[in-house]
Design a protein around this ligand. Structure first.
Ligand code: 5GP
Length: 283
């Protein structure tokens, strides 16, 4: 695939996006790494490939179950041709466990838990919850259905359809996770609208960058859980003395910390293991 023939459109934290004809885009999943909302100087070899191949695995599973996605074709292990869509500017969050920002909002008295849920950190919710947040604001902010409708982004029937699709996909991902010995605590999805007005699953799915996976064998409610993603990097950075994400590293002019080889190697291993356990295929 010659990228020079394609027109570069934009870069996200992880993906580079190119125009690939009037109705298609080329997604290049890179190995870039961010933590604490900062792009790091290091990358994790083949992380992009894991994200692309896991998304492709999930999208193929969606297709088998009647859920439409934007995937057209995987061109290289880290390159996917997708349908051009109007991207709905909201993030859709599915939750099976009381954790992350949901736990924080519960502690601040901002939300009601599904009836019968044990109100402790990392408890399983008695039923899955679907929420919406902003996508293009500096910090993700929960959105009510009313706000989405009054912004003119979606009508009530489209919101219901997204909720239904999110719950269907949750059921598929829960099966994969359970078989892999993971707990799927929560996840993020994005949707777009095609030329006919159909709502279609977009972006990436079932990846360690968009899901909180916990090792089922280590799960204990009422405790902080270790998630199967770049937690190794997060934990390392929290121990780097004097690192301030807005300042150069102490004693250097480098704006970002340089990660030890060992941290990168272990992080890569985690991503590859997530791929192998979820898909039951060798990487
Ligand atoms: P929380 O709202 O609890 O922080 O996150 C809920 C879930 O959504 C987690 O699985 C988290 O990984 C995912 N998530 C939330 N916001 C984003 C985002 O901006 N990007 C990605 N990739 N995932 C997100």
């Amino acid at each position: 695939m010659n990228l020079l023939e394609k027109r570069f459109l934009r870069s996200g934290k992880v993906k580079d996006i190119y125009d690939a004809g009037h109705d298609k885009l080329l997604f290049v999943y890179t190995d870039r790494l961010s933590s604490h909302d900062v792009m790091l100087a290091d990358s994790v070899p083949q992380k992009g490939e894991v994200l692309c191949r896991l998304s492709a695995y999930c999208f193929a599973n969606c297709k088998d179950h009647g859920i439409e996605t934007h995937m057209v074709e995987v061109l290289d292990p880290n390159k996917m041709l997708v349908k051009k869509l109007f991207l709905i500017p909201i993030e859709v969050i599915g939750r099976n466990y009381l954790y992350g920002s949901y736990w924080k909002r519960y502690k601040h008295g901002e939300i009601q838990l599904p009836e019968g849920t044990n109100p402790v950190l990392a408890a399983r919710l008695t039923e899955p919850v679907v929420e919406f947040t902003t996508k293009f604001e500096a910090k993700d902010r929960p959105l009510t259905e009313q706000e989405i409708v009054s912004s003119g982004w979606l009508g009530t029937p489209e919101i219901s359809q997204i909720e239904k699709t999110t719950l269907e996909l949750n059921a598929l991902m829960l099966k994969d996770a359970e078989r892999a010995g993971f707990i799927l605590a929560d996840f993020k999805l994005e949707f777009g609208i095609d030329e006919e007005g159909k709502i279609i699953l977009a972006d990436e799915a079932e990846t360690p960058d968009t899901c909180r996976f916990w090792d089922a064998s280590k799960y204990q409610p009422n405790k902080v859980q270790e998630s199967f993603d770049k937690q190794i990097v997060r934990d390392y950075l929290e121990k780097v003395k004097g690192w301030d994400k807005n300042q150069p590293m102490p004693g250097t002019k480098l704006p970002k910390p340089i990660l030890p080889e060992e941290i990168i190697r272990r992080t890569r291993q985690r991503y590859v293991e997530a791929y192998e356990r979820l898909t039951r295929r060798r990487f």
